[in-house]
Design a protein around this ligand. Structure first.
Ligand code: G1P
Length: 277
């Protein structure tokens, strides 16, 4: 039912310099697969086959990943290595890819608003590729779980996870009433609350389902935390309009925007998916 998924991918990834001086952070691999490919696989698993990517300067490598490369394909044809391209080829056959650029680095809310021409007027998913998520079951990705919640509640949904109190200042943080196990009707959200002021320890992580009225709300959202236009502030306006649901997903998230989370994900994926006898 939700066909489109937006990937804000314009950020500089300065925590990973010098690697990100010449390659997009979304192209950093966990073992041998770029982060953004994990995200696109998750979107496809949730039935979202129209992939819309908001890029910026120096991000061509993302477009090249989801495009044919005859020289490399010919080089591995009829060798054991041909299978290494299979997952990418499957995605390329199943999905469409469209791109637009964020003109100025004005925050996640502005990046999402830049994607409006690619999305149109239907509900859509959002994946922040540096949050790498796995569902408890392989065919029940976090985004697929969120689609089911959307079908019940028909409003914007944010994925949430409990984090240690001392980490709440790194996230958007919600407060709300648990209306069913793991499902919260949100009554407040704050982007990166100063230490000691968070309304709870339930952090928003980089998976959203947004209803398209978010674009008008983003247009009228002033710069907030860090002088940037924040998706959290636009979602806050939706709370009083149609409501917003927080969903404590079944699965695990790796914060691959940090060195620690990146290494943790690398070890986990190597042990669980590559290091099989
Ligand atoms: C963004 C959002 C924040 C959310 C986080 C999840 O922040 O603004 O609300 O908690 O993603 O990863 P960023 O990490 O881009 O600063």
């Amino acid at each position: 039912m939700i066909k489109k998924c937006l990937f804000p991918a314009a950020g500089y990834g300065t925590r990973f310099l010098p690697a990100t001086k010449s390659i997009p952070k979304e192209m950093l691999p966990i073992v041998n697969k770029p982060l953004i490919q994990y995200g696109v696989e998750e979107a496809a698993n949730a039935g979202m086959m129209d992939i819309a990517i908001v890029t910026g300067r120096g991000k061509h490598a993302i477009e090249d990943l989801f495009d044919n490369n005859r020289i490399i394909e010919d080089a591995v044809a009829n060798t054991d290595k041909a299978q290494l391209l299979e997952e990418t080829n499957t995605l390329m056959a199943a999905c469409t890819f469209s791109y637009t650029r964020q003109k100025q680095m004005k925050g996640l809310g502005d990046a999402i608003l830049s994607g409006e021409p690619l999305i149109g007027e239907l509900p859509f998913g959002v994946v922040l590729a540096d949050d790498l998520c796995i569902g408890e079951q392989p065919h029940d990705s976090v985004l697929a779980q969120m689609v089911k919640i959307y079908e019940q509640h028909r409003c914007s949904i944010v994925a949430i996870e409990e984090v240690p109190e001392q980490d709440t200042h790194k996230y958007g943080v919600i407060s709300g009433q648990e209306i069913e196990p793991g499902i919260y009707r949100i009554d407040d959200m704050v982007e990166k609350p100063p230490e000691g002021t968070a309304p709870s320890n339930m952090a928003i992580i980089g998976r959203y389902i947004l209803t398209p009225d978010i674009f008008d709300l983003l247009r009228s959202t002033p710069a907030g935390t860090g002088g940037e236009i924040q998706i959290t502030d636009a979602l806050k306006s939706q709370i009083s309009k149609g409501g917003v649901i927080g969903y404590k997903f079944r699965g695990r998230r790796f914060d691959c925007g940090s060195i620690h989370g990146f290494v943790e994900a690398t070890n986990y994926f190597y042990d669980h998916f590559f290091n099989k006898p």
